[in-house]
Design a protein around this ligand. Structure first.
Ligand code: SF4
Length: 379
């Protein structure tokens, strides 16, 4: 029997919740292990969502906490906040994700061979902050390309061309093979390019191959993996190989609603008023209530909808020492009457712009920084 383990991390966000439901329904043969990295600073709505998923799946979601915090019997965030001498985490010093998400996950996995399922959607262009350990292989079932970028880069490398041609030739023939051969034979020009252009070159080539058949590409990749050390290398089959789904945000909302689990409460739009005009706000993501990735309008949401938590967030700021959640202003400054009105005005303007582009999702406005955030926390 295979010793490979199948893990899915529930972040408290909509996408990982939907992925848990999706995999449970479509691939009951996968013996999935569910986990949640608990920072101790999540919104109640997140814990509620975790409970709803447990009820739906009829399975426990293991709560992971960092060992050091457990030994000290302390709240994980508060433990590290003290260990880092009051330095608040930020996008350039993200000790929180490493200490409270990645390390507990990697300790939980140990040396086991693991497939880790990640809920990045088909309409997102990001790879994010994921484990780079060789015994953990990430799979993205919601995307047309379910493979991680490191796999893609090795598979499509110029140096791997003859292997790739041979594997395709075992699967297709005739004109179809001729067309695929011409794609594979196109040289990837990587010199004198920046990392983003470089990444794009691989993804563009991959898209051409995916256009020739997603399931075919998956089977070819799976065959090639056998010559590697990736966790899937020792498997004789993998149920997702024929999956050709490509799910976007609307699909995720529908999946959650249809299942009865529902979307996390904090996504629900609430009305606000500024200068006699009405707007709507919500929180766009899961994670700690004070997360530095959140937008100004989300801080206002927190202040108005969860004033107690806002006060807690304020307590971490040491303005005299320059430790604030936002670089350019403290939370005290942010909640001044005129500043709140200004934030709402700017948000309303963006919302109206988005509506004129035809988007019906408030989350489209809130989500526009998703790319620079963190898949360990917000998927
Ligand atoms: S949600 Fe934000 S503050 Fe919390 S661990 Fe993730 S990145 Fe850090």
């Amino acid at each position: 029997m295979s010793e490979l383990k199948h893990l899915i991390g529930i972040s408290g966000g909509k996408d990982s919740a939907a992925l848990a439901i999706y995999l449970n329904n479509l691939y009951p043969q996968l013996d999935l292990i569910y986990y949640f990295c608990d920072t101790g600073k999540e919104l109640d709505e997140t814990y509620q969502l975790i409970e709803n998923i447990e009820i739906y799946l009829g399975k426990k979601i293991t709560h992971l906490k960092p060992e050091d915090a457990k030994k000290a019997d302390e709240n994980p965030f508060d433990y590290y906040y003290k260990a880092y001498r009051g330095y608040l985490p930020s996008s350039v010093a993200r000790w929180c994700t490493k200490q409270m998400k990645l390390d507990p996950f990697e300790n939980f996995v140990g040396n086991d061979s693991v497939v880790s399922y990640v809920g990045i959607r088909g309409d997102e262009d990001r790879e994010g902050y994921i484990s780079k350990k060789s015994n953990i292989q990430s799979i993205f079932p919601f995307r047309r390309n379910m493979w991680a970028e490191d796999v893609v880069r090795k598979l499509l490398a110029n140096s791997n061309r003859s292997n790739l041609l041979e594997i395709y030739a075992n699967q297709v023939s005739g004109k179809e093979l001729d067309r695929i051969v011409s794609i594979i034979n196109q040289d990837l020009v990587l010199e004198d390019r920046n990392p983003q252009q470089n990444r794009r070159a691989f993804l563009d080539k991959q898209n051409l191959l995916l256009d020739k058949g997603t399931a075919l590409y998956n089977h070819v990749t799976f065959d090639w993996l056998k010559s590697t050390d990736y966790p899937l290398a020792k498997e004789t089959d993998f149920p997702l190989l024929d999956n050709e789904d490509n799910l976007n945000r609307a699909d995720i909302f529908k999946l959650l609603e249809d299942s009865g689990v529902g979307v996390p409460e904090y996504y629900k739009k609430l009305e606000y008023e500024v200068d006699g005009e009405k707007g709507e706000y919500a929180r766009s993501r899961s994670g700690c209530y004070f997360c530095f990735f959140q937008q100004k309008i989300e801080w206002v949401w927190l202040y108005e909808q969860h004033p107690d938590l806002f006060v807690q967030a304020q307590k971490y700021e040491k303005i005299d020492e320059g430790f604030t959640w936002n670089q350019e202003e403290s939370l005290e400054d942010l909640i001044q009457r005129e500043r709140i009105a200004q934030i709402k005005r700017e948000h309303l303007k963006r919302a109206n712009r988005q509506k004129s582009k035809g988007s019906s999702y408030l989350i489209d406005i809130l989500d526009d920084t998703e790319g620079e955030s963190c898949i360990s926390c917000f998927v």
